[in-house]
Structures are given as structure tokens and as C-alpha cells.
Design a protein around this ligand. Sequence first.
Ligand SMILES: *Cc1c(COP(=O)(O)O)cnc(C)c1O
Length: 421
Amino acid sequence: MNTTLEYALKLDEEDPLKAYREQFLFPQHDGKNCLYFCGNSLGLQPKTTRNYLLKELDHWAEYGVEGHFEGEMPWMYYHKFFAEQAARLVGAKASEVVIMNTLTTNLHLMMVSFYRPTKQRYKILMEGGAFPSDQYAMESQARFHGFDPEKTIIEIHPRAGEHNLHTEDILKAIEEHGDELALVMMAGVNYYTGQWYDMQAISKAAHEAGAHVGFDLAHATGNVPMELHQWGVDFAVWCSYKYLNSGPGGPSGVFVHEKHGNNPDLPRFAGWWGHDESERFLMKKGFIPMKGAAGWQLSNAQIFSMAAHKASLEIFDKVGMKALREKSILLTNYMAFLLEELNKKGHTFKVITPEKSQDRGCQLSILTGDNGKKIHFYLTNKGVICDWREPNVIRVASIPLYNSFRDVYEFCKLLGETGEM
Ligand SMILES: *Cc1c(COP(=O)(O)O)cnc(C)c1O
């Protein structure tokens, strides 16, 4: 690798996914595309999304209520048109996945089924400093069951002076709390550091301890390849507006392993859309869940936000996680290299994201000095959109679907101009 523009242009030329960039709408700055590195917060809009939404508006206009049964994608069965594509993203069977609601809502619904604390076994193990919504969800679940969150939630923190967790420390904590542990609930990829946890090893250890294991994949789905079914994960939830480019507040995905999905006796909060489809409109008493993750649905599908999700899933399906991941590794390593070169020239950009590709997705979290806010301000004024997190971290995600090597080059060039701040 080297630091020249020519090199970036050569990598773009050789990029098998280069054409996909043209399929997305970039915010503009001074008449040019922004350098957009915030796809880990809100992914860009595919150009096809508008038509997917218009199609459903037209469908509604044309059929009214009959739209539930008419057309290519009748609303009555709408969730079914997502299962296979979404399942491919996370390494699941189609019956193990359903698209519904929003992320935190689904996290609570999963807790109803998979957090069943007893006096002896009631603890929840999670990473320290998890995304606030997850913290609040766990805290309120503990209280709901009559437990003190302080004594119920075990947070694992990095070793002194470090930013990331060692897998062996996570496994040790699981083992240590063994027979008190009800649930291991972690992110797949940490939102702050970008660390990708060893989900397979964590799942195995949790099960050996006799606990359930669930993952929040908000920063993992569409970012890193996974095998949820094979790893034996009990449940997982994710959102679709970050890496999955499905628009603000887009619908969430849920994975329930088939070892649980076909168990009608598993406690759950029920609604009519999870009820046996053949009887749904008989309006009679007695909930009979559908098989698989679909049996956790409550309400009829939110067609418009799901239509936007469909537009995005079509693109993911065409590219495939394998090709996406290959480019992602190159792109992220390239950025890490350029940052390293800047440091050789006297800058102090400390990347706190793990160094090895196997331990990260495409996000790099850059720890700055006290001048971090000024740097972020400078970048923003130059048309960079990236994320600032208190107290001093700039998070940048180079998204393989639409970021180019030149984007990364230009970003690092701008960073290099901040030396005197
Ligand atoms: C983005 C994110 C959320 C957001 O939750 P919503 O219910 O979609 O608002 C929750 N948890 C994690 C880990 C996230 O990254």
C-alpha cells in the first residue's frame, strides 16, 4: 500500500463492487457528494427505494383494503417476502427470521421468552458501556422481574488501559457466574469501539453454563458475515436503518433459533399476526403461534417502512455478504494504513478498534486528543459526514456498498490538514 491518490484510484478501478456506488443518493456539499462515513448510523438511500414506496402507495390507491390479498406482494403475507433474504444476511433458515417492529421493542419481546429468571439463576451478562437503549432494556427487565439491576446485570469491562474485551475474559466471566446466569446478552459488533465479538465462542460458553444467549446485531447485520443458526444462538435482533440502508426508523429483524421457534409452549407476548395464519380471521379465542420466528409477530406489517427495507435487501442479495466482506476488509485496512502513515508524520490518531479484520467490521473508532471537537468541526465544514461521540471519539464507517477508496483517501487527506489544531 502507499499514500498516493493514484493508488486509491487504482483500487477503485479494480473494485468489483464499484458500480453500486451509483445506486445510492449522497447528501451534497458545495455541489459535490459529501464524504459520507456515517452508514453505521443511518445508511444512504438507494435510488430504487422511492419506487418501492410508490408501488405500495399505488397498490393502496388501486385496491384499498383488497390490497391485503391482491397483487404481487399482498400485504397479508408481506413479512414472508423478507424472510429468505434477511436470513441470508445473518446465516439463518428463513423460518428463523421475521421482520417486524423496531429494535428495542423486539429486544423486550425476546426477553419475555428468553429471560426467565429464577431465584437461583437470574443474572444477565453484557459488555460494559453497551448502547444505552440496551442498558435501559436490561435494567427495566431486571426490575420488571423484581430484581435489583445492580445485582443482576454483570458488565464486563476491558482490562486497565485497554479499549476492547479479550474473548478469554468474556468466557471466564461466563464460567465464573455459571449457575447464576440466566442470559448472556451482548452486541455482535460494539457500537463505540467497532469490536466484533467472537459470537460463536460466547454462544458455546453461555450454553455450557446453562444460560440463554442473545445478540443485538444493530452494528453487525449487513456489516459482517454470521452463522446464527450454526452457532446455536438462541435469539438476535437488529435494525435496518444503519448498515441496511432502509431509512430512518426502519423495521427491525428478529432471529429465533428453530430449537425454540417451533415450541408453542415457550412464553411470549402474543398478537393476532403471530397466530396460526389459517385461522387468523376466524377471530376466535385461544392463541396458536405460527411456527418459527413469525409466531412472535404482534401486528400487521408496516408496509411503507418495510417496502423501503425490501428495496435495500434486493441490493444486498445481489451483492452477497461474501463479496461485501471482501471489499470491506480491503477498504478498512486501507483506512487504517493511511491513519498509521499520518501518525508517522506526527499526528496522534489512536484507532481503538481492534487491529485484526476478524475482530472488526468496517467501522474505525479514532480516539483524538483534546482537539477532537475542532477536528470534527473542520471535517464537517469540508463536507465530511462522520460521527462524534463524547468524550473524544470520531467514528468512521467506510461502507463497501457505496464508499470508494478515493473517499477514504480524501478523508485521510483532510485529517492530515488538522495538524495545527
Ligand atoms: C442503533 C442501536 C439501537 C437503537 O434502537 P432503536 O430501537 O432502533 O431505536 C439499539 N441498540 C444498539 C446496540 C444500537 O446500535
